[in-house]
Design a protein around this ligand. Structure first.
Ligand SMILES: Nc1ncnc2c1ncn2[C@@H]1O[C@H](COP(=O)(O)OP(=O)(O)OP(=O)(O)O)[C@@H](O)[C@H]1O
Ligand SMILES: [Mg+2]
Length: 266
């Protein structure tokens, strides 16, 4: 399970974030970046944060700790900004917290670059999860103590917004040309990339996918019953949702790597 912490103070909004994330302090004395359950894409993006973040972590990607974050109405009442207050009050379902990395900087590919194999692992995870948010414009990578940390996986798992036929998703190609780590990954010989591919695909077992889906709070999955109000989705239990994700992710793993995107643009 992810740890659950209770927010004790809303510190400030992170204005550069599209989903109006905020910085909060919690009852364990930690500081967290909060993604609120009532924001933007709703709880589906929180599901993607946990599934892709925790899968990445198990494959060797550095991801700040993720926690489930509860929020008292008192905290919202003390917030003077009406837009933020409205968001906090609406976020009655638990939120996502990510450990805040103080004085980290955004990755720019100039001052410092990660080792190529490490870059290839993250690149693989992004291609696997169809994460469109790792481009030069929006790298969502932090450098902290000269190490790379991946954040913001809320836009990954695009299939969850439309549930296309599973075969279509399994084969969906991912354009790596704009990927922020493409220049580093392209220094690896093709055989090394193939080895990374084989190694990681072997780690992503059905058991691992089930473990990762088990970390997602039921309430985020059940909130999707109404958000994606088709006849079918309304009747799904949390276990049904988890099985659905595992099916899609396992099919992608087994999809012959057509999705890997072929050659890497230098
Ligand atoms: N764990 C963290 N430690 C330090 N800074 C962080 C952390 N998480 C996020 N930030 C900062 O806050 C910004 C917004 O966070 P994030 O990208 O997760 O939000 P978002 O709403 O999904 O943003 P967008 O959609 O604009 O990419 C990041 O670009 C980064 O500068
Ligand atoms: Mg971002």
């Amino acid at each position: 399970m992810l740890r659950t912490v209770r927010a004790t103070r809303y510190v400030t909004p992170l204005r550069e974030g599209g989903s109006l994330p905020g910085l909060v302090e919690a009852d364990d004395d930690g500081t967290y970046v909060a993604k609120f359950s009532a924001a933007g894409q709703g709880t589906a993006s929180l599901v993607a944060e946990v599934v892709v973040g925790e899968l990445g972590r198990r494959l060797g990607v550095r991801v700040p700790e993720l926690v489930v974050l509860t929020l008292d109405a008192e905290i919202a009442k003390r917030e003077p900004d009406p837009e933020v207050q409205e968001l906090l009050l609406a976020s009655t379902v638990p939120n996502l917290g990510m450990d805040f990395l103080p004085r980290s900087t955004g990755y720019d590919g100039i001052a410092w670059q990660p080792p190529p194999r490490e870059a290839a692992v993250l690149y693989w995870v992004d291609a696997f999860s169809a994460n469109i948010d790792r481009t030069w414009r929006n790298a969502n990578l932090l450098v902290w103590h000269r190490q790379l940390w991946a954040i913001d996986h809320g836009a990954a798992l695009v299939f969850q917004h439309a549930w296309p036929p599973v075969e279509a998703w399994a084969a969906r190609r991912y354009d790596l040309s704009q990927h922020v780590l493409a220049p580093v990954v392209s220094t690896l010989p093709g055989a090394d990339l193939d080895a990374v591919d084989a190694d990681l695909a072997a780690v992503v077992t059905d058991d691992l996918l089930t473990e990762v889906l088990g970390l997602v709070p039921d309430k985020w999955l059940l909130a999707m019953n109404s958000a994606q109000a088709t006849e079918e989705s309304r009747a799904l239990t949390a276990a049904d949702w988890r099985a659905r994700y595992v099916t899609y992710l396992a099919a992608r793993r087994d999809g012959g790597r057509a999705w890997r995107g072929g050659t890497v643009a230098a």
